[in-house]
Design a protein around this ligand. Sequence first.
Ligand code: SF4
Ligand code: SF4
Length: 299
Amino acid sequence: MKKMIQDHATGIGLSLFGVAPPDRFAGLPASVHPASILPEVRSILVVGKEIPRGDYRGVEEGTLWTFASKHLEQLLLLDMVRYIEQQSGYEAVPYMAHPAKTTPLSRPVSPDRPLPNVTLHLEYAAVAAGLGEISLIGQLLTPRFGSRNALGIILTELELEPDPLYSGSLCDHAACGKCAAICPAGAINPNKTVTLNIGGRLTELAEVNYHLCRMCPNGAAPDFINKAGQEELMLAFTGNQPDVVETSTVLTRRNVPNIANAVCSRTCLAYLEHAERLQHRYVEPFRDTEPWLLDTWER
Ligand code: SF4
Ligand code: SF4
């Protein structure tokens, strides 16, 4: 069954596919836990595909402002859900990139349930499903595409064999530090980090001052499509990370802007390609000149 589902994913153009068991989410608060949405969940699937490198070109040149959404198109996610339900007879729930932003309620429907909407954390789920790792600046890195990933989550009652956690290493952390060094605002502090444990895989995150990122003129976007995935960036981790107590702005700020196209993330992309760390190669390098940079006051 898993092979059939994965083949279907491949057939509709999804090149990222991983399965996490529920126990890799153990200890997360109900407000961000998959079982709050599907109590009988036995498998958490993370599917996705690459964001084209061309989506970063306009900002890299400073001539066309775009932003790279980390969310997979809904139609592809629904296609997968239909296939799983039709083939297996088990329910499958798409975790929508754009859940209803408002509910008629300002309280839980009953005292034993969390407030709607429960939000799931894409990066956490992707690491739990073995797709890659989270970088120093909080972005999912996969061995094929680096940070260029658009993802969706499917919760299902169908039990599928879990994928092993990713055992490689992509982000070079302190040995690289190029994302921090290039930021004109000095928003990334690579010397102040917090270590997260996702299903046994340790992840080191730098403190990022997102107050500065919100004012960043170097490609960060007030990306409200991204917001649903960003809010839980802080909430998701704190519940099962006893050592993490709001020591990092990565974990404690809401309304985080989308920094995928900002110069910090584009520098990471250029670095990983230059170091030949990624499986998906291009004929021409992403960057062959120094990037343009503006100070925050120039916005
Ligand atoms: S530039 Fe990329 S690889 Fe280097 S430390 Fe930053 S996130 Fe890691
Ligand atoms: S988004 Fe802008 S301000 Fe924030 S870390 Fe990246 S370059 Fe610096």
